[in-house]
Every structure is written in C-alpha cells, then in structure tokens.
Design a protein around this ligand. Structure first.
Ligand code: GUN
Ligand code: ZN
Length: 435
C-alpha cells in the first residue's frame, strides 16, 4: 500500500456536461493498493486512516488523473509532422505508405512500444487507438499495452476501397478479423475493442453493413471512425453515398451511431446531425492540433454544448502534431478563442479526464481519483525550466498552473506517470538553475 502526498485535482462526479464541481485538495494524499485507488483526502486524514502505508512525498507538486486521448493512430507515430497537403492527399502521400509497413509484425511490435512510451511520457494513460488494417498490428498493440496493464481501446482499421490494394480488406475479412480480435482482447485485462471503419469513403456499403452487424452483436464494444473533417471529404461522401441524407447518416444506417461511438473531428455538422449525436449518446473527439495542421477547420464547441453532445479531447497523431494532451488543450483554447467561446482551463482538464471517461462510459475505472478507480495518474512538474519557474508560483491556483503548463509545456511538464498502481514513467532530472 502506498500513499502519495501531493496537491490533488480531479472531477469526482459523473456529470455529462462540464461544470466546475472540481475537487482540489492542497496537501492531499492518494492511497493506492493492488492497482486501485482506495482513499483520497487531506494528507493528515489519509495518514491517520492508513498509518502503515508507504509514503511517497510529492509535496507541492500536482497529482491528477492520467490523461485520456480519445482518438489517435499508432501507425502514424513515424509519419507525424509530414509537410503539406490537406486531408485526402495527406492520406495518400504519407499515411497509406506508412501504414503498409505494418504488414510486418516485428515492425508493428517495435512501433507499438515507441507509441506507448510516447503516451506515458506525456501523461496519457488511456488512448483510443486506430491500428492499421492488419490484424497483427492490433495484436502488437494490445500485447504491449497488456504488459503495462494500460486501459487501451483499439481496433483494426477496416477499408475495402479507395486505398492502396495492399491495405484493403473486404466485408468478410473485416468482420471475421474484427470479431476474432474482440473475442481475444475485449475486456481482456484492461483492453477494450473498437470496431474501426477508417471513414465512409474507404468502406463499401457491404463493408459498413458487415461492421454494423458486428456492432449489433457486441453492444458494449466501441465504434470509432472519422466524421465531417474536411470539405472535400464531405463532398466525396455525398457522391459515394447519394442516398444518405448526410455524412452521419451513412454510419447511422448501419447501427454505428450509438453510445460508445467516437467520431473524430465533426467540424462541419448540421443541426440534424448534432441532434442525432445527442439522441444517440455518441461522442465527438475534438482534435485541434490536427484540425489546424491539415487546415480542416475550427471545431464548434458551442454547438456541441447547445445540443448536449459529449466531447472529448484528442491528439489525432499523426495529423495531430503532439502526443501532449496539455499542448492539445492549448490549441483547443486557441481554436475556441477564434470562435469567441473560450474553453476554460478547468473545462480543458475535464475534457481529457472525467469528461472523456463519462462520454466513454468508463468513469468507474478512469478519469478521476475516486476510490475504486484504477490508480492511473500523473504528477506534474510545474517548474520545469527557467520560464515556468518564473511564471508559476508555488502557491498558484490549480487552473492557473494547468493553463500556463498547457500553453508553455509539453512532456517536460510531466514528472511521473503511474498506470494501475505502478510508476511506468519518470522524467530524468533536468536542471534549470541559472548559471
Ligand atoms: N480520415 C480518414 N483517415 C484519417 C486519418 O488517418 N487521419 C485523419 N486526421 N483523418 C482521417
Ligand atoms: Zn484520425
């Protein structure tokens, strides 16, 4: 049993919309045992209740729930930061060639390791991950995540048209291979499966039908895909699916608009689509660094709130430009400023912790520091260099610390990352003393 002494911030309640009911405990303590949180309170109170716990002293540092990245692509780890192009030519020029390499299992295993190290280094303890089309790419990721006891949600991408032939599956193999992966990995340890049609243009109606059938057979499995990211993409979907009333309707026709369905982007949605997402209890993954990088557009968080649609923050690496959820919030803030609806630091923090967990129906395990949840958390380093030491005073309020670290920081702001009660990442000591 361990007791980590630190300043604590989390959202304990399972609210579907952001509200400021955050719990902040200065000089608090989190007690963990066998991978779970068993108590959280002031340090003196938890010490009195658990006097024999092994105390880990992080006084003055901030301890937060591990971050949840609700949409990213692990095969694209190696093609992040590729110049030029908007979505469709970017996919052709960079993404598809990179993903072909995942037919080779040792390559997939190697990149899965790099990918998980990047998550941990950035304080991310759960990711919603697109693998490549190859079944073995998904095997490689789940195997690597299992060794760390990480709660990873992932799926094999399915696509049977409008992509290089080497990356095509078909309606039958998409269903059969996804089903095999579900049977093997869904709820195996902390892993969960997401049925993953890449996006409407790369799936035939027959493939969407077979994946919809699978989704109906497994109501608690996730669905993840892309939706209304780019105007050329939307026009293409109209041509490919002339009878659909809109982009979302393509997925809806095949039972994939439902709770635990996570749609990347959703930048250019109409009123009916917002309404339908609300009714269905689905989630939009807001990926600001990607949306800016590919010139896709500015996500409209005010419409999401107006229609009471779940939103979760996400990096969308490799179109996203950083694995850091702090930097992701910084860009979400800038996008929201351009739309005159600024996302507050508390809300940004909510969208990468409890808000995401509630959207994904996972709040009994992740997203908060409640007793019973898994011990997935981060310890921040809020004075990691000369500038942050100057800007962030020891007694600063939590929202100011979080905001300044998001704007100024990245992985340097993460001191430690714990997964399932074990410290899986510790930053090497850096000296920022002036000489
Ligand atoms: N739409 C279809 N595939 C992708 C992808 O890999 N990245 C992004 N950003 N959008 C997509
Ligand atoms: Zn994506």
């Amino acid at each position: 049993m361990q007791l980590i002494r630190a300043n604590i911030a989390h959202f304990p309640h399972a609210t579907t919309q952001f509200s400021e009911d955050i719990t902040i405990i200065r000089d608090g303590g989190v007690v963990i045992d066998e991978g779970k949180i068993i108590a959280v309170d002031s340090f003196t109170d938890v010490l009195a209740r658990y006097p024999k716990a092994n105390v880990i002293d992080r006084q003055g540092q901030w301890l937060l729930p591990g971050f949840i990245d609700s949409h990213l692509h692990y095969p694209q780890t190696q093609s992040i930061a590729s110049y030029g192009d908007q979505l469709l030519s970017w996919l052709e020029n960079y993404t598809f060639p990179t993903e072909k390499q995942f037919a080779d299992e040792p390559h997939a295993q190697q990149i899965a390791q790099v990918f998980l190290r990047q998550l941990l280094k950035n304080g991310t303890t759960t990711g919603f991950v697109f693998c490549s089309v190859h079944q073995q790419s998904c095997e490689a990721l789940f195997s690597a995540a299992s060794e760390l006891n990480m709660a990873i949600v992932a799926g094999k991408v399915c696509m049977d048209r409008n992509c290089p032939q080497e990356l095509e599956d078909c309606p039958t193999t998409a269903q059969v291979h996804s089903a095999a992966l579900i049977d093997k990995w869904h709820n195996h340890g902390r892993n969960k499966y997401a049925i993953t049609p890449r996006f409407a243009p790369t799936s035939s109606e027959a493939q969407l039908a077979s994946l919809g059938e699978l989704a109906s057979q497994y109501p608690d499995v996730f669905v993840q895909t892309h939706l209304s990211e780019n105007l050329d993409e939307i026009a293409w979907v109209k041509r490919l699916f002339p009878t659909a009333i809109g982009y979302l309707d393509v997925y809806d026709k095949y039972n994939m608009v439902r709770p635990r369905a996570v749609f990347g982007h959703g930048i250019h949605l109409n009123e009916d689509e917002w309404q339908r997402l609300h009714e269905a209890g689905s989630t939009i993954a807001f990926c600001p660094t990607s949306n800016l990088f590919l010139g896709s557009g500015l996500f409209d968080i005010a419409s999401a709130k107006k229609h009471d649609v779940h939103v979760a923050l996400a990096t969308d690496v490799g179109a996203g430009t950083s694995f850091s959820m702090l930097k992701t919030y910084a860009d979400a803030y800038k996008v929201s400023q351009l739309r005159h609806t600024p996302i507050s630091p508390f809300e940004g923090f909510y969208l990468m912790t409890q808000g995401a967990a509630v959207a994904h129906q996972m709040e009994s395990d992740i997203g908060n520091l409640n007793p019973g949840s898994s011990a997935d958390f981060v310890v921040l380093d809020h004075q990691f260099d000369e500038l942050t030491s100057l800007r962030i005073q020891p007694n600063a309020e939590f929202d100011d610390v979080f905001f300044a670290l998001s704007i100024l920081g990245d992985d340097r702001a993460i001191r430690e990352t714990w997964v399932n009660g074990r410290r899986c990442y510790e930053k090497k000591e850096s000296s920022h003393a002036m000489v």
